[in-house]
Design a protein around this ligand. Structure first.
Ligand SMILES: [Zn+2]
Length: 289
């Protein structure tokens, strides 16, 4: 990777050998490779701790996201068709089913099967491979997913193909302008790598390969024929479930996780007013191209 996927500028070495930065826009990327299909038996992470740690925050955020999305799709009549790419346990499609006709796609076969067993319409596999060429949606959602997909331009082009005119893509992803992310970058510059590696999910089965900000996401959207219509923020930290969330990488010791939990709990009220670490963007396919 040596050209910025957003602006075509040169990508130069970042803070670590796997980290790259664009010289012309704020895009940041990584050369980390996913190994989601090659995990050890039982997974590389503590899945029970992961689910417990994320459940509370995800449910709060999905509730907010659902209401925000409903406002931005209020002009659509009937039950608009919604595709959730990388839907995992199906929490978002479960919430959205009252307003939308929902479909999920999940690459992890075991997670997809477990979600289907709960009665949710989930296909196992990858976007857009599991869709027929003619399948069309009004909304395509990426909840913590787009930052894991290497070929972002091909993915957005596929979204355009599978969206009805006037439809939209929802990108819910970590922001390179976020306070915690920028703090982790400063710490990495001082030789303290742990939080920076964690932000990129270094060593995880599916690490982050992009960090977006509004300007480079607007450029990416424009290349695929979309317009960046609106953005909002979501909390990145909930005190409830925080210890389990920190502990779910098995490399973090109990004492370290406890120290981090206390520090983050004290920081939590300030995070609400500092630059957001999780942002949501709406990319609209114009009614007429
Ligand atoms: Zn760039």
């Amino acid at each position: 990777m040596n050209v910025c996927p957003a602006c075509g500028g040169a990508l130069v070495a970042g803070l670590r050998p796997w980290h790259v930065c664009c010289t012309d826009c704020d895009y940041e990327g990584s050369t980390l490779t996913p190994h989601i299909l090659e995990q050890a038996d039982g997974g590389d992470l503590d899945e029970a701790a992961r689910e417990q740690g994320l459940a509370h925050l995800r449910k709060i955020n999905f509730e907010r996201l659902f209401h925000w999305l409903s406002q931005h799709t209020s002009r659509l009549c009937g039950k608009p068709r919604l595709l959730d790419v990388g839907c995992a346990h199906g929490w978002f499609i479960e919430r959205a089913a009252s307003r939308f006709e929902v479909t999920g796609i999940e690459p992890d076969a075991a997670v997809a099967a477990a979600t289907r067993a709960r009665g949710l319409p989930v296909r196992g596999g990858f976007f857009p491979d599991v869709l027929t060429p003619a399948e069309c949606f009004d909304v395509i959602v990426f909840n913590d997913v787009l930052e894991h997909i290497p070929d972002i331009n091909a993915t957005l082009a596929a979204c355009w193909q599978h969206l009805a005119p006037g439809g939209c893509v929802i990108v819910n992803a970590p922001s390179s302008r976020g306070f915690l992310y920028r703090l982790s970058r400063q710490l990495a510059r001082l030789g303290m790598d742990a939080s920076f590696g964690r932000m990129w999910q270094l060593g995880f089965p599916s690490p982050h390969v992009h960090y977006f900000a509004s300007d480079n996401l607007a450029r990416l959207a424009g290349k695929a024929g979309f317009v960046l219509e609106a953005q909002t923020r979501l909390p990145s930290v909930a005190v409830r479930g925080l210890y389990a969330r920190i502990r779910y990488s098995r490399e973090v010791s109990a004492i370290k996780a406890l120290t981090l939990t206390v520090a983050m709990t004290l920081l939590a009220p300030f995070l609400a007013v500092l630059p957001a670490d999780i942002e949501v963007w709406i990319l609209r396919r114009p009614q007429r191209d």
